[in-house]
Design a protein around this ligand. Structure first.
Ligand SMILES: [Cu+2]
Length: 189
């Protein structure tokens, strides 16, 4: 009896955990972002990491950052001049525009991104400054290398919509993961 119960619990554990797989492939051009789109009926624990974006030498560093929805990003001014941080939209929605303010060297300000989509970062002191945060609706995302190669680990088996993003370009594809899933993208404007 105890043994049967143990085996049943073991099977239940296997079913609930699922089998972790990967999604991999290549995106043209490189320096792009790939993520699994929202999965109906599925939510994820709040992320705890707080990545930092520096404003240094009149640039956003990193210039491209991908985070899970719900992540707090900290913006730090590392220049001797004042910088501003604002974005005119999130995921193309101008109602989500926000101005974080303008502050001097050594200070940082946090913002929690709780809406998915691309966030174009700008500084109203220096019009030449630009960067992007891609807010992924799932914890399954990756930034490609300069050649476009990417790999997303620990994706449970299943059918998903996968999104590839590059500045000004975007493409979605259905991908089935059974151990591994493959998805190559050729983006164009
Ligand atoms: Cu600036």
């Amino acid at each position: 009896m105890t043994r049967t119960l143990f085996i049943l619990l073991f099977i239940a554990e296997l079913v609930s955990t699922g089998v972790a797989g990967t999604i991999e492939g290549k995106v043209s051009p490189g320096d792009s972002v790939v993520y699994v789109d929202a999965i109906p009926g599925k939510s994820f624990p709040a992320p705890t990491q707080k990545p930092l974006i520096d404003q240094k030498n009149l640039t956003f560093r990193p210039r491209l950052l991908v985070v899970e929805v719900g992540t707090t990003v900290e913006f730090q001014n590392d220049d001797s001049v004042q910088h501003n941080v604002f974005w005119p939209s999130v995921g193309g929605n101008r109602k989500l525009a926000h101005n974080l303010g303008t502050w001097p060297q050594g200070e940082k300000r946090p913002f929690k991104f709780d809406q998915p989509g691309a966030v174009p970062l700008l500084c109203n002191v220096h019009p030449e400054m630009s960067g992007y945060i891609i807010v992924s609706p799932t914890p399954y995302f990756a930034q490609t290398d300069a050649s476009g190669n990417y790999k997303i680990d620990n994706v449970p088996d299943g059918k998903y919509t996968v999104v590839a993003w590059h500045e000004g370009m975007k493409q979605t594809k259905p991908v089935e993961v059974a151990g591994t899933g493959k998805a190559d993208f050729a983006l164009s404007k």
